[in-house]
Design a protein around this ligand. Structure first.
Ligand SMILES: *[C@@H]1O[C@H](CO)[C@@H](O)[C@H](O)[C@H]1NC(C)=O
Ligand SMILES: *[C@@H]1O[C@H](CO)[C@@H](O)[C@H](O)[C@H]1NC(C)=O
Ligand SMILES: *[C@@H]1O[C@H](CO)[C@@H](O)[C@H](O)[C@H]1NC(C)=O
Length: 355
């Protein structure tokens, strides 16, 4: 009987340490160092979070801005989830006191600009997720203080311009996702310093121009995704800098202009052992009109025939011209000899007739 009376109290005590309401709408679990404030209708950051918090989930709220040093009472936070809010302003130094932060998720917000002060204090950050915002240009110094970043997701923004050295200090970055943006041109220098980069994903942009040296600094690249862009042709030299054991290159869904030059580049790329053109068999031609929609592998044997024929015609023309010139010269020589013979022969005859 005693035990039955005590049991509910024990359970309640247990629940209290395990899970309790800490501050407006949040639930905190000391054991897991977890403050869960997701989907709590918050329009301001909660004020009194327990200092033990290492994982703070503020996703799915109505937050609009992050003030300076916003998390100064919870310095142990390692993971901060702010995705699916309405954040358009991150004040300079917002994350200033977060020297333990390793993952920051700001996906699906309304950020249109990252100023230099954005990354202040984020020297330990390994993963930064900024997908599905409204970023259109990157600042040279937006990521200035992110010395240890490993993964950066900037997909589904409207980025159309990357300044030289925008990713300047990121020598530890291994994954850069820039899918579904508005990049048109990859200029030399925009990926300088990214010597640890293994994955560069540029799928779903409108890239039509790639400067030959732009990938040169990427000596560790294992996957380059250029699918669904606006490429009509490529240059062999563009890919020569990759010195990894294997580099996979994705190129499907581009409006390829199938001509002899393109065919030669692809044949050369395929002959390099460390390159893998994983979707080569799915590449289709957009130009010329008569090959529109055809698979490149089905037509590539014929692409250089026209050029071969042209070369043949030129060779034959040259040969004929040379032969003709020789024949003409020979004829002229013979004619001259004959004329000489005539004049000399004439005097001979007259001589003869005299004798
Ligand atoms: C998000 O912010 C915009 C202004 O930036 C505002 O018009 C809109 O009502 C906000 N939405 C929510 C769900 O808070
Ligand atoms: C990057 O973000 C996009 C959009 O949220 C997501 O679909 C994609 O899986 C992310 N990529 C990685 C590698 O996390
Ligand atoms: C090529 O296309 C086929 C059919 O359309 C698809 O099943 C396959 O996954 C594609 N392969 C690549 C590497 O994109």
């Amino acid at each position: 009987m005693h035990l039955l009376w005590v049991l509910p109290l024990l359970v309640e005590a247990h629940n209290k340490t395990f899970l309790h309401h800490c501050t407006n709408g949040c639930q905190c679990q000391e054991e897991f160092k977890f403050a869960n404030c997701a989907s709590a209708n918050l329009s301001h950051l909660p004020l009194h979070l327990p200092p033990f918090t290492e994982l703070l989930d503020l996703s799915n709220n109505h937050l609009m801005s992050i003030p300076r040093a916003a998390f100064q009472n919870t310095r142990r936070i390692k993971t901060l989830l702010l995705h699916d809010n309405n954040i358009s302003v991150v004040t300079d130094g917002a994350f200033l006191t977060m020297e333990n932060l390793q993952k920051l998720d700001l996906s699906r917000n309304h950020l249109s600009h990252l100023r230099e002060g954005f990354s202040l204090g984020l020297g330990s950050l390994k993963e930064l997720l900024l997908a599905e915002n409204k970023l259109s240009v990157l600042d040279t110094r937006s990521f200035q203080h992110l010395d240890g970043l490993v993964r950066l997701n900037l997909s589904h923004n409207t980025i159309h311009s990357i300044p030289v050295r925008a990713f300047g200090c990121m020598s530890t970055l291994r994954q850069l996702h820039l899918d579904a943006n508005r990049l048109q041109k990859l200029r030399n220098g925009i990926f300088s310093m990214l010597k640890s980069l293994e994955v560069l994903s540029l799928q779903g942009n409108i890239i039509s121009e790639i400067n030959i040296g732009v990938f040169t600094p990427l000596t560790s690249l294992a996957l380059l995704n250029l699918a669904s862009n606006n490429l009509t042709t490529i240059h062999f030299k563009t890919f020569l800098s990759f010195h990894t054991y294997s580099t996979h290159i994705l190129l499907v869904n581009n409006p390829w202009h199938c001509d002899c030059d393109l065919q030669r580049v692809f044949h050369k790329l395929q002959s390099v052992q460390r390159f893998f053109l994983d979707d080569y068999y799915n590449l289709t031609c957009t130009e010329p009109a008569e090959l529109h929609g055809d698979k490149l592998i089905d037509v590539d044997a014929g692409l250089c025939i026209a050029e071969t024929v042209t070369v043949l015609i030129i060779t034959v023309t040259v040969v004929i011209t040379v032969v003709a010139a020789i024949v003409m010269a020979e004829r002229k020589r013979k004619k001259r000899i004959r004329e000489k013979h005539w004049t000399e022969g004439g005097s001979d005859i007259s001589y003869d007739s005299q004798s």
